[in-house]
Design a protein around this ligand. Structure first.
Ligand code: HEC
Length: 118
């Protein structure tokens, strides 16, 4: 009887967790630029960065909120925008010159999660 209650409680809790997540994502998930950025990110970046850019990955730091300038500098070169203090001072990340045209989409995905269209 107690076990049953616990199970129901667990169910409700996991349902809640799910719906919260989709609420978070739905406004941006409808934006095709954001979708494209996410696809590029998942294909190229999550070996080191977290699947969820707001969290640190196994090797690379969290990226949520990264401005376009930062993404552009770091993905195309091993440099940072003038005056920017890198989250890590390692030099592990390679460059991705072939992603030149994808930078705006990556930046949309990483930079401003749910509010955007700039
Ligand atoms: C081989 C692992 C690896 C891959 C793949 C990788 N990164 Fe990184 N990234 C890192 C590491 C490690 C750092 C910390 C600085 C360093 O060591 O170069 C970093 C730092 C960054 C930073 C700077 C964060 C800050 O605020 O200081 C950005 C932006 C970034 N990565 C974006 C990307 C994007 C976008 C991709 C995919 C196109 C990507 N990274 C793929 C490992 C990786």
């Amino acid at each position: 009887m107690n076990t049953l209650r616990l199970m129901i409680l667990c169910c409700i809790m996991s349902l809640n967790a799910c719906s919260k997540e989709s609420d978070d994502k739905s406004p941006s998930a409808k934006n095709p630029d954001w979708e494209r950025g996410r696809a590029v990110y998942v294909a190229n970046c999550i070996a080191c960065h977290n699947n969820d850019p707001s969290k640190d990955g196994p090797i690379g730091p969290a990226l949520k909120g990264s401005p376009k300038e930062l993404v552009q500098f770091r993905v195309l070169r091993t440099e940072y925008p003038p005056g920017y203090t890198p989250k890590r001072n390692t030099k592990i990340m390679p460059t991705f010159p072939f992603l030149k045209d994808e930078i705006p989409y990556l930046a949309t995905y990483l930079g401003n999660g749910s509010t955007h269209q700039r």
